[in-house]
Design a protein around this ligand. Structure first.
Ligand SMILES: Nc1ccn([C@@H]2O[C@H](COP(=O)(O)OP(=O)(O)OP(=O)(O)O)[C@@H](O)[C@H]2O)c(=O)n1
Ligand SMILES: C[C@](O)(CO)[C@H](O)COP(=O)(O)O
Length: 232
């Protein structure tokens, strides 16, 4: 039996509306490199075999020149265009993959993914077929009613904040996406939800890190700069 092939899908096709910046947030500079550089570097230095990078419409040549060639990434074999929503971008990547055993799907807007997280996710996806990074919540969680009053306080013991990478056996997540993409009104914000709503396979929660933040709003750029200066 040959070695399993592992593909990373890095998503960078969002518009970053909540960042409210002229430049898409994945190309904003964190210290001296674009946000997107950092997660690509981690996957490039990991044991994944190849990387599919998903970018916005009309951005392929820009990214090839200013990110892939500029920083000499060798594992980014395909750059494709994404779609309207995150799940459209993921699906475009999944249908473009020809032969792989496992996929790690990652937000290019999460620059602080580490080699340790990637290694943990890979080890676990081989054991479980589906696993996702996240961290237990630290704050008390409240559920609000429609008028903004507290309606419930769930026990936080089993509540996690979910991150990426989210990793799956390729055939499994492709089958789940094939099913959900046939539906009319799709409301999913991560890949695990696609599997939860379709085939229902168990999905293992794996420790990511509290620093594995998603760059979403302007203060996240400041937080990102602080995290990078801590790393020296
Ligand atoms: N159509 C989309 C939407 C999102 N993403 C990617 O999915 C990740 C998580 O999405 P999010 O933080 O919501 O990014 P945006 O959609 O860009 O942000 P916003 O919702 O503020 O517009 C990001 O790496 C983003 O580039 C994508 O590839 N394709
Ligand atoms: C996939 C994700 O990063 C997990 O937290 C998140 O759900 C992406 O959501 P967004 O609505 O695209 O920010």
């Amino acid at each position: 039996m040959g070695k399993d092939k592992i593909t990373a899908v890095v998503l960078a096709a969002g518009q970053g509306k909540r960042m409210n910046s002229k430049i898409a947030k994945q190309y904003l500079m964190l210290k001296d490199k674009p946000v997107l550089y950092y997660s690509l570097r981690t996957f490039e230095d990991s044991i994944v075999d190849d990387i599919i990078l998903v970018v916005g419409s009309g951005e392929i040549e820009y990214v090839r020149k200013h990110v892939i060639e500029a920083y000499q990434f060798k594992k980014v074999n395909h750059i494709i265009e994404g779609g309207k929503e995150r799940y459209n971008s993921v699906y475009n990547a999944l249908v473009s993959i020809s032969n792989t055993n496992y996929v790690l799907i990652h937000d290019g807007a999460r620059p602080f993914v580490t080699n340790e997280i990637v290694d943990r996710i890979i080890k676990n996806v081989i054991d479980t077929k589906a696993c996702i990074a996240g961290m237990p919540v630290k704050d008390t969680i409240k559920i609000s009613d429609k008028d903004g009053f507290v309606s419930d306080t769930p026990s936080r013991e089993n509540v996690w904040m979910i991150q990426t990478p989210q990793a799956f056996e390729y055939e499994l997540i492709k089958k789940a996406y094939d099913i959900i993409m046939k539906e009319e009104n799709i409301h999913v914000t991560d890949d695990a939800m696609v599997l939860e709503y379709t085939l229902g396979n168990p999905i293992k929660l794996i420790e990511g890190s509290y620093q594995n933040i998603k760059i979403t709003t302007p203060e996240d750029i400041k937080i990102g700069e602080m995290l990078l200066s801590d790393q020296g």
